[in-house]
Write a protein of this length. Structure first.
Length: 234
């Protein structure tokens, strides 16, 4: 073999070695870059603690309670809010991930007026009288919401649905809800609601009508159906 052929073979072997090293190194570099820049999702975003969500949406389990969550827990309609995990605390209570040199925002509106919830999830309030009683169907209930107002109503079945909107002069049916059931509702225009539960003669059926209230004392924002079929309003 002449000298020119030997040089050509060595050059080809060197080129192949370099290409092989790049094929191994590039995936490792890409993986390291992806790991470095993958954002951490905040499980308790600050929107839960800003209006109108502060008084309309129940926060997920493990997040610090906002105004609505504390109010429902104090009424015995929700379990005692769980203590935030270390990861949630590190991400910030109702805030985005803190950045160096950026001042953290103050407490959300309504936080100053919230009182600690006693052990057991309710205050020493007198027992309520059920507004209605229904016969459950194997422990479940179908609820038909009828919005007789001209405004949209936001409602949420705690633990079952995200907040949903029911347009004015319309209705919706939620099927197979297992008791106990807690539902929150609020007019999107900020007005008050008169809430009228009407049990059906058929087991496991309940119709709930929303009407406009002119008196704030008539306003209701939550309904609870117990395992014995008792219906409460708050």
């Amino acid at each position: 073999m002449n000298m020119k052929s030997q040089k050509f073979r060595k050059s080809a072997e060197l080129f192949a070695a370099i290409c092989g090293g790049l094929l191994i190194t590039l995936p490792l570099i890409s993986q390291a870059v992806a790991q470095q820049y993958t954002p951490k999702v905040n499980p308790c975003p600050k929107i839960f603690y800003e209006e109108p969500h502060n008084n309309q949406v129940v926060v997920p389990q493990g997040c610090p309670p906002n105004a609505l969550t504390q109010r429902l827990a104090a009424q015995g309609l929700l379990p005692v809010p769980a203590t935030p995990s270390q990861d949630q605390t590190r991400l910030g209570v109702g805030r985005e991930v803190p950045q160096p040199g950026v001042r953290s925002p103050g407490p959300a509106r309504g936080d100053q007026s919230q009182q600690p919830i006693p052990e057991g999830g309710s205050t020493n309030q007198p027992p309520q009288t059920p507004i209605a009683t229904i016969a459950l169907n194997n422990g479940k209930v179908d609820i038909r919401f009828v919005n007789d107002t001209a405004a949209n109503v936001t409602y949420q079945v705690i633990g079952d649905t995200a907040p949903r909107s029911l347009q004015g002069k319309s209705d919706v049916i939620l099927q197979g809800l297992k008791a106990p059931v807690t539902v929150t509702f609020q007019r999107d225009d900020g007005g008050q609601l008169i809430v009228t539960p009407q049990p059906s003669s058929e087991p496991g059926k309940l119709e709930v009508k929303f009407n406009e209230a002119t008196d704030a004392a008539q306003g209701r924002s939550a309904m609870r159906i117990e395992q014995n079929g008792s219906v409460f309003l708050n």
